[in-house]
Design a protein around this ligand. Structure first.
Ligand SMILES: [Zn+2]
Ligand SMILES: [Zn+2]
Length: 347
């Protein structure tokens, strides 16, 4: 089969690799679509993981083989596959801190080499624990492309839950890339008013189209005041950093109200440190939060929001590439043009 294999920093190419073996409790899935996630881009462009690896985790496809012990799925089933499922039994899981669970981090789907998701390939092996808890059957009218958004939506919902976003609040989203726009859509659908800060003109326009009340250019000298004016003169109730940029973080510190919350959603390079006076947190009672990956508890809700079309996601897809075009896809995601949004791989 074909797979986009990571061979070292910024070295990823389409290769012929063996179709994964599957055991009696495992399932083989023929991947039809897989989202290109910024977390994958990081792993391709920075020396984070030992090569070789096959990444890709926002996956949907067709069941191609089931082990003799598998009773809940059959060949031909259309499914979305989660790449991480917590054990639901350890101390982290009991704290509902699922993404810190060892099982969550260690057991994952694979297309070969060290298991790393595997979605950028034609076939993945789904291990037993994920067969039991992490394969989501797709309704007939939901396309594979649409289903690739179940995991990203889950990540956004988890972040919103962490900072206890309430309807009626005004929430600043920093960065209007695909995840930023997904936040805008979700915030709108939950009855909150999103305002956006984004450098690219075209992305500010998209932000307004999908539901932002205001989209400012953070380099304009009135940008912070415009956000404060648009948020009852107090500043935003909460801010979500959907871009790994320190200037954006500083913008959030200035634009959030006293007593507000700031959530770090995007992953920064390891060497980044935050220039922040502790007294800013102390005197203004600002709280800082982080949210990494998805929550098992929100898996059903995420699927439901997409299946019921409560939020439209396919309008966020700007490009589709084959596995041979993986380097091009990475280049496009790293240097987006004015219409680049969500990029999908179509194995
Ligand atoms: Zn992702
Ligand atoms: Zn656990």
């Amino acid at each position: 089969m074909k797979a986009a294999v990571y061979r070292g920093v910024n070295q990823i190419r389409c290769e012929d690799v063996p179709i994964p073996e599957t055991g009696p409790s495992e399932v083989l899935v023929n991947i039809q679509a897989c989202g290109l996630c910024q977390s994958d881009i990081k792993k391709i462009l920075y020396p984070i993981c030992e090569p070789p690896r096959i990444f890709g985790h926002e996956m949907a496809g067709v069941v191609a083989r089931v082990g003799e012990g598998v009773t809940n799925f059959a060949m031909g089933d259309r499914v979305a596959v989660m790449h991480h499922i917590p054990c639901l039994d350890c101390a982290h899981c009991r704290n509902e801190c699922f993404s810190m669970c060892d099982t969550y981090r260690e057991i994952t789907t694979t297309a070969g080499f060290v298991p790393s998701g595997g979605g950028y390939s034609e076939y993945i092996c789904v291990p037993e624990h994920i067969v039991n808890h992490g394969i989501i059957p797709l309704p007939d009218d939901i396309s594979f492309e649409t289903a690739t958004f179940i995991e990203p939506v889950n990540c956004c919902l988890k972040a919103m839950e962490k900072i206890k976003i309430d309807s009626g609040e005004k929430v600043l989203v920093l960065g209007a890339g695909p995840m930023g726009l997904l936040f805008v859509k979700l915030l709108r659908s939950f009855g909150t008013t999103p305002v956006v800060s984004e450098l690219m003109d075209s992305r500010r326009e998209r932000a307004i189209e999908v539901g932002a009340e205001l989209a400012v250019n953070p380099t304009h000298k009135n940008a912070i005041q415009d956000i404060i004016d648009a948020t009852s003169g107090m500043g935003a109730d909460a801010a979500i950093l959907a871009v790994p940029n320190l200037k954006a973080a500083e913008f959030a510190f200035a634009a959030v109200r006293k007593g507000g919350r700031i959530l770090f959603f995007a992953e920064f390079p390891n060497e980044t440190t935050l220039p922040l006076s502790p007294n800013f947190l102390y005197r203004s009672e600002i709280s800082l939060h982080g949210s990494y990956s998805s929550s098992f508890k929100l898996q059903a809700l995420s699927a439901d929001l997409i299946f019921s079309r409560s939020i439209e996601v396919t309008d966020l897809i700007s490009d589709e590439f084959s596995l041979d075009q993986m380097p091009l896809a990475v280049e496009k995601a790293t240097n987006p043009d004015e219409r680049t949004m969500k990029i999908l791989l179509r194995p």
